[in-house]
Ligand binder design. Structure first.
Ligand code: EPS
Length: 413
């Protein structure tokens, strides 16, 4: 079983992450991790915090000479902003405060809840005396840890020719007018990587930027939709045999755990719920000789998952992000600890973090897919995993070979 944990506060000294359960012998590129961290910091509409941070993962254990050892991996990402928060985030009890410390503590104290954030429930639940104890850990800054872990997992997936990408399909009410079903993996990936907003359609991206500028002017924030795609997945990752082994459920949980994600959709799940069964499912036909799988699909409404398992088609999952709840003018709220009417607290914040969320969502999908792949093919060494994987691929090819050549039928439109 793959396990990972993160630790760290938004303005504390560092973010920490642990990853346990990778096989030994996987080559890991640190620069590939740092490239993903840099992408997470991109996107039009981010706060000035991103000018301070230059996220880099420092691997502390579990990798030697560029290769996993099978031991737990520990890594850290420094918060450069910590130098401005030394007193506020001090681990030691503060005694005999000087003027600078008193000023910093007063300036950074939070006395009003932000509706939509974890502030209210978190403060009550943990009986905190300071809302900051909630804000610091509930902040999306923590996603830098997840992206680091996801970027390591992605390298395991790539080892097995499984590729993943993410792109932005909507910001506010502007939807990219691109049908990704008609595009190859490489086309989608290349176009997303060229765009400042990771959006495939330049005209929509310009309109999205306009919406973000307007929101910034008016002190508002914007949400949107991101799509994660995975290709090259073997058939049968996940399982139908128990509720918590279902891969769609596990991916949905992982995506819903990303800050501000409020809904998840696989394939054409939402549209299909309004139509008949005859239009909702994906007819099968026999694939060409030499193909990895004997079965092909006319459509992919299921988004690559049936019965909680991969079915060999492209995995397509969308995550819906609400607008960030930290608003410049604040909503009507209550003060703490006296619960009097007050405007919500405002602290420097992003106007729109949808592009960043696409990087985080891809990382989460990579983590869950890696776990599912190791669950099916796992071994202590990458060579054991590869042997199991290759043997299963061969079994799938044999299924096709057993069919008469004339069994191949043309794909219907
Ligand atoms: C966040 C609030 C802001 C964001 C932060 C997430 O923090 P700050 O007040 O320090 O600017 O910038 O995101 C990051 C720091 C990051 O690296 O993504 C929140 O409340 O979730």
């Amino acid at each position: 079983m793959l396990r990972f944990l993160t630790s760290g506060e938004s303005h504390g000294k560092t973010l920490i992450a642990f990853l346990e359960g990778l096989p030994a012998g996987l080559p890991v590129s640190i620069s590939a991790i740092n490239e993903e961290l840099a992408r997470r910091q991109m996107g039009y509409g981010r706060s000035n915090r991103q000018k301070i941070e230059k996220d880099q993962a420092k691997i502390l254990s579990g990798i030697r000479h560029g290769t996993t050892t099978g031991a737990p991996i520990a890594l850290l990402v420094e918060n450069r902003d910590f130098s401005n928060w030394e007193y506020v985030m001090s681990v030691e009890k503060l005694n005999g405060l000087d003027e600078k410390a008193v000023e910093q503590l007063e300036k950074k104290s939070i006395k009003q809840f932000r509706p939509g954030h974890a502030d209210l429930a978190g403060t009550v639940k943990f009986r905190h005396k300071d809302i900051r104890d909630v804000l610091e850990r509930s902040s999306a800054r923590e996603t830098a840890s997840r992206v680091s872990i996801g970027a390591i997992c992605e390298q395991l997936l790539n080892y097995f020719q499984v590729r993943t990408l993410a792109h932005v399909i909507q910001i506010n009410d502007v939807r990219a007018s691109v049908d990704t079903k008609a595009l190859s993996f490489d086309e989608i990936d290349t176009r997303a990587r060229k765009s400042e907003l990771f959006c495939l359609d330049d005209a929509s991206a310009e309109a999205m930027k306009g919406r973000i500028s307007d929101a910034w002017q008016s002190g508002d924030t914007l949400g949107g939709i991101v799509e994660v795609i995975a290709e090259g997945l073997p058939i049968g990752l996940g399982s139908y045999t128990q509720w918590d082994r279902k891969l769609d459920g596990r991916i949905a949980q992982a995506l819903m755990s990303v800050q501000a994600i409020k809904a998840v959709e696989f394939g054409d799940g939402i549209a299909c719920s309004a139509g008949p069964g005859s239009k909702a499912h994906d007819p099968l036909y026999v694939g060409a000789q030499g193909a990895d799988l004997p079965f092909q699909r006319v459509t992919n409404h299921a988004g690559g998952l049936e019965g909680g398992m991969t079915n060999g088609e492209r995995l397509v999952v969308r995550a819906y992000m609400k607008p960030i709840p930290t608003l410049r003018d604040g909503l009507d709220s209550l003060s703490f600890p006296d619960f009097q009417p007050a405007r919500a607290h405002y602290e420097r914040s992003d106007v729109c973090a949808v592009p960043a969320a696409s990087v985080v969502c891809r990382a989460m999908v990579c983590i869950i897919l890696t776990d599912a792949l190791l669950d099916k093919f796992g071994g202590d060494s990458i060579y054991d995993v590869k042997a199991n994987f290759d043997q299963y691929k061969e079994y799938c090819r044999e299924l096709r070979k057993a069919l008469a050549p004339e069994a191949t039928r043309q794909k219907k439109d």
